[in-house]
Design a protein around this ligand. Sequence first.
Ligand code: DON
Length: 321
Amino acid sequence: LVGRALSGSLVIPAFDEFRDQLDTIFDACRDEASGSVASYIPQLARVDPEKFAMAVCTIDGQRHSVGDDHDSFCVQSTCKPVNYAIAHGLSSADSIHSHVGREPSGRSFNELTLNPAGLPHNPMINAGAIMASSLIKPEESLADRFDFVMSKWRELGGGAEPGFDNTVFLSEKATADRNFALAYFMRENGAFPPNTNLMETLDFYFQCCSIRIDVRHMAIIAATLANGGVCPTTSQRVLDAESVRNCLSLMYSCGMYDYSGEFAFTVGIPAKSGVSGALMLVVPGVCGFAIWSPRLDRCGNSVRGVRFAQELSKKYSFHSY
Ligand code: DON
């Protein structure tokens, strides 16, 4: 970072100015008063709806954060791109996509539906994320698999320690009839690899949703994705470039549930939301953002998060086209 700064080749040279402008956008989004916190998981329903935080990390490691940036939250569905990229890195696009599609479903994140081939539509909705989770080291014990995923969150976040929310995990598991139904529906259609342990797969998926981090950590992860899989703060290659490219393609087309098309149209960058109100934005080759604000719109996306992304895209030429 110092080398780049001295040679004048920073990706965002006037970072101080950028930071101030981001704070202005952040403050403007605070007024957004609509939406309500997720209620289908009791422990999520208890989160303070007014929490609001934002962080950014550039691909050369310049960072900034604002608001409740030291508060951690459950990653929820923002674990989906991470699990997909991990599973991808362990095999290949062809092998993963013989179990999960890559088309938007146009349906809600937990819709009980499969594509015409009897597979989940894509890895960014629940069914596809359960499938991607089943493909991460299925031959190993659940403990080793979860350790492995946690080590990836650590490396993607430049060494920051992820936490685990056991209360959310238990609460989620106790209220997961739909996810159980999705898993049985996929098994009935022969979508899983042979010998998949359904109960272990679901536990593993719920555990991944219950990982806790803060926006500063999540912004570094988004920046690692923006940087082709190399963490900007440690220079460690955590994911291979092809896994990241395919992950970003799916985040672009499917990352915002049934708002994905509208988001791609108006904001134009890869993103992934979660019902905790987390939102990860990736500006490839430039930077990654994380926003956390628990009030959600009817699709399950953070109201302030979406607004922030839209304002960001109006202000800067981050849109892909
Ligand atoms: O599978 C579920 O129901 C959740 N634990 C994760 C879903 C999620 O975050 C959907 N988000 N908008």
